[in-house]
Unconditional design. Structure first.
Lengths: 442, 320, 297
C-alpha cells in the first residue's frame, strides 16, 4: 500500500508539473490540492492503474458535504470500485482511468465552480456524478458553455425534458417520469383506485404530482388529494388530518432528514387501521428499514431502482457488483452494518463509467478534439445489456433525450426485509420524447 | 491632507484595478474564471461595506438585496423577454425600490434590533421565493443560458459567457463601484456617515438628519448588492434560492471583515482570499466549514480591523 | 355551523394539540436565548447548535446503552452538562476576549456555529438518525391517533420551565442574574461577581437548549443541520416576549406555537412562517424603547 502511494505521488507530480507551463501560485496550490485530495482524503480508496502514460481523466463532482453527503459518500465508494475494476480489465481503450474528485457541497453555487475547476484546472476529459436536481440545474449549463461532456447520475427529468444542453447525458439511471409511469400502473391495478399524493413542495415533488396524476387518468384511478409539504417542515401531523377518509392508497415520496419523523408520525396518526402505503425508496436511502419508529412500514410497498436486499434470483452481474462495492446481502456496508447503502442510486455511477468506456471505445475518442464524435456515437446507442457493466438491468437509450430507460422494482416490507413483488418492463416507463438534442449544434 | 489622501487613494486603487486588467492576459483559464467571479462577489461586498464599514450598521439580510437583483433580472429576462442589459437595469431599479422601502421601515431601529430586522426580512424573502415557487422555480432554480442573447459592442457580437466579456464586465462594474464609493467617502456626505458610525447621537445633536443619511447609505448599499446579483445572473446564468439563504448574507460580512471594514479596497481582498482559502482547503479536507468558522473567530478576536484595516492603522494612514 | 365543526373540528383540535406541544418545546429552547440576551445583552447565533448538540448527544447515549429509557436518562443528565461546559469555554476564550461587544459577539458566535456544525458532521456523520422514545404509547382519538410521548414532552418542558422560574426568583444565583440584567454597573458595586454570572448564564442558556434537544429528539430526528430552524424560531419568540422575561417567553411561545399550528393546518405552513418573521420585524420596529424595553433610544 505504501509503495503504491509513493508511485501515486510521483505520477501525480509528474502530471502536475509537465502539463502546466505557466506556473502561477494558484497552479502550484492546485497541484498541492490534487496531491492533497489523493493522499490525505480519508474517504476514498483511490484506485490507480500501474502505468500512467496517458490516463483518461474523469472529473467526479461529488456531494461530499451538505444535504447530499450520504449519497456522496456511497457515490464515491461505488466510483472507486468501478474504476478499480475497469483498470483491472485494461482501462478504457487501453488507457488507465484516473478520477479527480471535487466537493460541490450539494450547493448549486459551488457546482458551477466545481465543473469549472475540473474542466479548466484539472483538465479532465469528462465530468460526472451529480445527483441533486438543483445542483444539476446550477452546474450543467456551465458544462455546456465549457463544451465538456457532463454525465448526470440524478434520476431527475431535467435531461430528458430538454432543459439542458447537448453535452449533458443521463445514460445509466432512469428518470422520475419513467419511474412513476412504470409503477403507477401496478399501483392502480393492485393496491387501490383512490390515491392521496404526499410530496415535497418543489420540482422533484411536482414531477411525482404531475406524472402520477397523468397515470391515474390512464389506469382508471383517482387522485383524491394532493398534499405538498414544504422542504423546511419538521412535523407532519398537521398534514395527515387532510388525508380524505376514502383513501385506498397513500403515495408518499418524502425526502430529507424529516422522513424518519414522517413515517413515525404517519403510524401514530393512523394506528393499525391504515390505507395501503406506497413509497419511494428515496425516502429511506441510507436508512435501515428496522430503525426505531419505522415499524409502521411493515407490509407497505416501495419503488426501488435496484433491490437493496439480495435474493436468489439475482443475476451474476448483480452479485459481482454488490461484492465489488462492499455491500452485504441486506444492503449495508460489509465493514459496518450500521452504514446502509444508497443502493437505488449508486449503481448509476458504476454503470455510467462503463457507458463512458463503451462510448470512448466505440467512437475512437482520443482527446478533447473528438468530443463531437463521442457525443454522436453515444447518441447512436440504443441501449445497454445487463451484466457486470450494467448490473441494475438492461437499458434502452434514446439519443434524442440523452436519457436511458430501464426496469423498475416494486418491493414489499416483510419481517424487516424488502422483497421484490414486481418488476416492470422497460416499455412500461416509456414516454414520447419531448426534446431532440441531436438537432442542437455543439 | 484630504486632497492628498484622495489622490493617493485613487492611485492606489487605480493601480490595483490596472493590475487586475493586466492579469487577465496572464492567468490560466481556471483562475481567469475564478477572478471574474471574485470581482462580481467583491461588488456585493463593496456594497455591504458601505453600510457596515462606513455607516456602522451591521446587516444579516443582505442576501435579500443580492437575490432581489438576481431574480428581478432573471425573471424579467425569462418571462418578460427583456434583453440582458434591460434585465440588469430592471434588477437595479427593483432593488433600489426595495432598499428604499425597507430602509424607511427598518431604520427606525438600530444596533442589534436593526440586525434582527434584516435577518427576519432576509428569511421572509427566502421563504417567499419558495412560496411562489411555481413562478420563481423555487428550490431548483433556472439557468438563463438560453435566454440571454448576445452583447453587441462595436458591431461585433459576444456571448455573455465569453471569458473576456465576463472578466471585463466584472472589472468595469468593480471599478465603477470603487470609484463611486471613494468619491462619496471623500465628500461631505461620507464624512457625516463616518461621524454617524463613530457617534450617532452626537452627530444628531450637531443638527444632521441622521435618518436621511442612513437611508442614503442603505439604499446605496442595497442597490450595489442588487446590481451585483443581477450581474451574477447575467455572467454566470444560474438563478437559484441558495443566493437568498442566510449563509449568503453571512458571506459579505465575512469577506468585509477579513479584508477590512471601512476600507474601500478591503472587501475585494477579503472576497478573493476567502474564495481561494475555501478552494484550497476543499482540496485537503472536505470540511472547509470548520476552517471558515475558526478564521471568523480568530479574526474577530485578534484582527477586528481586518487586513487592510490593520495596514491602514499601522502604516498607510491615508488609505480610504 | 355544525357542519363546519364536523369538518374542521378535528383539524382545529389537532392544531391546538400540536400547537401546545410546539409551544412548550419552543419556550424551553427560547428561554436559554432569552436569558443570555437579557442578562448579557448579546446575541448568540450558535444557540441553535447547542440544541442540536443535545439531540446528537442523546443519540450517542442511546447508541451506548442500547436502551431507550436508560439512554434518555443518561442524556438528560450528561448532555446539558457537556453543552454547558462548551458554553463556559466559549465564554471564557471567545466572548470575554471580544469584551461582549454586541457586533463582535455576533461574528464570533457565527464562527462558533460553523465550528460546532462541522465538528458534528465529522463525528456524527451527514445522515439523520432516529432516537427511540423512552416511553412510547399511542393515544387514539376518534379522528386520529397521537403520540403519547409528545404529551410527555410538553409536561416535562413545563416542569423545566417551572424549575428555571424558581431558580430565577428564589435562588441567590437567580438574584444575581436579575441584578446583572437590571444594571450591570450597580450590580458590580454591590459585589455581584458579574464575570462568573455571565459564564453561568451562558452555560444555563446552552444547557437549557441542550435539554430541549434531548426531550425533542425522539419526536424528530438528530442531524447536524437541525439547529438553524430552532434558532430562528427562538429569535421570534424572544423578541415578541421580551428579553430576559420568563413569563414573556412562555406567553410568546404559546402565541407563536398555537397560531403556527392553526395557520399551518388551515392555510399554508410557509405562509405561516413568513407572517411570523414579518410580524417580529414589525414588533421590533414599532415597539417603543427598542429591544430592551426599558432602554432610552
Amino acid at each position: 500500500m505504501v509503495k503504491k502511494d509513493v508511485e501515486k505521488v510521483d505520477q501525480a507530480s509528474e502530471l502536475s508539473l509537465s502539463r502546466r507551463n505557466v506556473l502561477g501560485a494558484g497552479a502550484l496550490v492546485a497541484g498541492a490540492g490534487i496531491l492533497g485530495s489523493q493522499m490525505i482524503d480519508p474517504i476514498a480508496g483511490i484506485a490507480h492503474a500501474a502505468g500512467s502514460d496517458n490516463p483518461i481523466k474523469i472529473g467526479f463532482q461529488a456531494h461530499r458535504t451538505g444535504i447530499g453527503a450520504l449519497y456522496g459518500r456511497w457515490y464515491e465508494r461505488t466510483t472507486n470500485a468501478a474504476v478499480k475494476h475497469i483498470n483491472s480489465i485494461g482501462g478504457i481503450a487501453g488507457r488507465p482511468v484516473e478520477i479527480i474528485t471535487e466537493d460541490d457541497g450539494t450547493d448549486p453555487k459551488r457546482g458551477a465552480d466545481v465543473v469549472e475547476k475540473l474542466a479548466t484546472l484539472h483538465k479532465v476529459d469528462f465530468v460526472f456524478g451529480t445527483l441533486f436536481s438543483h445542483v444539476v440545474m446550477g452546474s450543467a449549463p456551465r458544462a455546456g458553455e465549457l463544451k465538456i461532456p457532463y454525465f448526470v447520475v440524478s434520476e431527475g427529468y431535467h435531461v430528458a425534458s430538454g432543459a439542458l444542453n447537448r453535452y449533458v447525458f443521463q445514460p445509466c439511471i432512469t428518470d422520475v417520469r419513467a419511474q412513476i409511469s412504470a409503477v403507477s400502473g401496478w399501483l392502480f391495478n393492485n393496491l387501490g383506485k383512490n390515491v392521496t399524493l404526499i410530496y415535497p413542495d418543489y420540482a422533484f415533488g411536482y414531477n411525482h404530482r404531475d406524472y402520477a396524476s397523468a397515470a391515474a387518468e390512464k389506469h382508471g384511478g383517482k387522485i383524491v388529494a394532493k398534499i405538498a409539504i414544504p422542504p423546511t417542515e419538521s412535523s407532519y401531523t398537521r398534514y395527515f388530518v387532510k388525508i380524505p377518509k376514502n383513501t385506498d392508497v397513500i403515495y408518499h415520496v418524502m425526502v430529507g432528514p424529516g422522513v424518519l419523523t414522517f413515517v413515525r408520525e404517519l403510524g401514530e396518526h393512523f394506528g393499525p387501521n391504515h390505507p395501503q402505503l406506497f413509497g419511494f425508496i428515496d425516502s429511506l436511502e441510507g436508512v435501515n428499514i428496522n430503525s426505531p419508529g419505522l415499524d409502521f412500514l411493515e407490509s407497505s410497498y416501495f419503488w426501488e431502482a435496484m433491490p437493496r436486499y439480495a435474493s436468489a434470483t439475482d443475476t451474476a452481474g448483480s452479485r459481482f457488483y454488490r461484492n465489488a462495492v462492499g455491500v452485504d446481502n441486506s444492503g449495508a456496508s460489509k465493514s459496518d452494518s450500521k452504514d446502509v447503502a444508497a443502493y437505488s442510486h449508486m449503481f448509476g455511477c458504476w454503470e455510467t463509467l462503463f457507458a463512458i468506456k463503451e462510448a470512448v471505445e466505440q467512437s475512437g475518442y482520443k482527446s478533447k478534439k473528438d468530443y463531437a464524435t463521442l457525443i454522436e456515437t453515444m447518441e447512436g446507442f440504443t441501449g445497454f445489456n445487463e451484466g457486470i457493466a450494467h448490473p441494475q438491468g438492461a437499458k434502452a437509450f434514446s439519443g434524442k433525450t440523452h436519457q436511458c430507460y430501464g426496469q423498475q422494482f416494486i418491493s414489499q416490507v416483510n419481517g424487516g426485509k424488502l422483497n421484490v413483488v414486481h418488476k416492470t418492463s422497460i416499455a412500461d416507463g416509456m414516454y414520447e420524447p419531448e426534446t431532440d438534442y441531436t438537432k442542437q449544434s455543439l | 491632507m484630504r486632497k492628498k489622501s484622495l489622490v493617493y487613494s485613487l492611485f492606489f486603487q487605480g493601480g490595483i484595478l490596472l493590475l487586475l486588467f493586466v492579469l487577465q492576459f496572464i492567468l490560466p483559464t481556471y483562475h481567469h474564471s475564478s477572478v471574474s467571479k471574485i470581482m462580481v462577489l467583491a461588488c456585493y461586498a463593496v456594497g455591504y461595506n458601505f453600510l457596515l464599514g462606513y455607516t456602522g450598521l451591521m446587516s444579516l439580510g443582505h442576501a435579500m438585496f443580492f437575490a432581489a437583483g438576481m431574480y428581478a433580472a432573471g425573471l424579467g429576462i425569462y418571462y418578460l423577454e427583456l434583453s440582458a442589459m434591460e434585465g440588469l437595469l430592471f434588477g437595479a431599479v427593483f432593488t433600489l425600490v426595495i432598499s428604499l422601502l425597507f430602509g424607511l421601515f427598518a431604520l427606525r431601529t438600530s444596533g442589534v434590533s436593526f440586525l434582527i430586522v434584516t435577518l427576519m426580512f432576509g428569511q421572509t424573502f427566502y421563504l417567499s421565493i419558495l412560496y411562489f415557487n411555481e413562478f420563481t422555480f423555487g428550490q431548483d432554480g433556472f439557468s438563463l443560458a438560453k435566454y440571454l442573447g448576445k452583447l453587441v459592442i462595436f458591431n461585433k457580437e459576444y456571448l455573455y459567457s465569453n471569458p473576456d466579456i465576463r472578466y471585463n464586465f466584472a472589472l468595469i462594474l468593480l471599478t465603477t463601484f470603487l470609484l463611486i464609493s471613494t468619491l462619496i467617502m471623500f465628500s461631505p456626505v461620507g464624512r457625516i456617515l463616518i461621524a454617524i458610525r463613530e457617534n450617532e447621537s452626537r452627530t444628531q445633536l450637531l443638527g444632521y438628519n441622521v435618518f436621511y443619511y442612513k437611508l442614503f447609505a442603505l439604499v446605496l448599499s442595497g442597490t450595489f448588492s442588487g446590481i451585483a446579483g443581477a450581474t451574477h445572473a447575467l455572467l454566470f446564468t444560474y438563478v437559484g434560492n441558495t443566493f437568498a439563504e442566510i449563509h449568503h448574507s453571512i458571506a459579505p460580512l465575512l469577506w468585509t471583515l477579513l479584508g477590512g471594514a471601512g476600507t474601500v479596497i478591503g472587501p475585494l481582498f477579503g472576497t478573493g482570499i476567502m474564495f481561494y482559502l475555501v478552494d484550497f482547503i476543499s482540496g485537503v479536507t472536505s470540511n472547509y466549514q470548520l476552517v471558515v468558522g475558526v478564521v471568523l473567530i480568530l479574526m474577530i478576536i485578534w484582527f477586528p480591523l481586518g487586513i487592510m484595516g490593520t495596514i491602514r492603522q499601522k502604516w498607510l494612514k491615508w488609505l480610504p | 355551523m355544525s357542519s363546519w365543526i364536523n369538518e374542521n373540528g378535528p383539524l382545529l383540535f389537532l392544531a391546538l394539540l400540536d400547537g401546545t406541544v410546539t409551544a412548550f418545546v419552543l419556550a424551553l429552547i427560547a428561554l436559554g436565548l432569552s436569558l443570555v440576551f437579557g442578562v448579557m445583552r448579546i446575541v448568540n447565533i450558535a444557540h441553535g447548535e447547542f440544541f442540536m448538540l443535545g439531540a446528537v448527544f442523546s443519540w450517542f447515549a442511546f447508541d451506548l446503552t442500547n436502551d431507550p429509557l436508560w439512554g434518555f436518562l443518561l442524556a438528560l443528565v450528561v448532555a446539558p452538562a457537556m453543552v454547558g461546559s462548551i458554553a463556559v469555554f466559549s465564554d471564557r476564550f471567545i466572548l470575554r476576549k471580544v469584551k461582549y461587544n454586541p457586533e463582535s459577539t455576533i461574528v464570533a458566535t457565527i464562527g462558533l456555529l460553523y465550528v460546532i456544525q462541522s465538528v458534528t458532521l465529522m463525528v456524527f456523520g451527514p445522515e439523520a438518525r432516529a432516537v427511540e422514545a423512552p416511553l412510547y404509547f399511542r393515544i387514539q382519538f376518534p379522528w386520529f391517533g397521537y403520540s403519547g410521548y409528545k404529551l410527555i414532552v410538553a409536561g416535562m418542558s413545563a416542569f423545566c420551565l417551572l424549575g428555571v422560574w424558581l431558580l430565577m426568583k428564589r435562588s441567590k444565583l437567580g438574584l444575581y442574574m436579575r441584578a446583572t440584567q437590571q444594571d450591570l454597573e450597580i450590580a458590580k458595586t454591590y459585589g455581584v461577581p458579574t464575570q462568573k454570572i455571565y459564564a453561568s448564564v451562558f452555560a444555563l442558556g446552552g444547557g437549557l437548549a441542550a435539554l430541549a434537544g434531548v426531550l425533542v429528539v425522539p419526536i424528530r430526528q438528530a442531524d447536524h443541520l437541525m439547529g438553524l430552524e430552532p434558532l430562528l424560531l427562538s429569535f421570534i419568540v424572544v423578541i415578541i416576549g421580551g428579553l430576559g422575561s420568563i413569563r414573556g417567553t412562555i406567553v410568546a411561545a404559546f402565541i407563536i406555537g398555537i397560531s403556527d399550528g392553526i395557520i399551518s393546518v388551515f392555510y399554508e405552513p410557509t405562509l405561516a412562517k413568513m407572517l411570523a418573521t414579518l410580524f417580529v420585524a414589525m414588533v421590533l420596529v414599532l415597539k417603543p424603547g427598542g429591544l430592551y424595553g426599558e432602554e432610552v433610544a
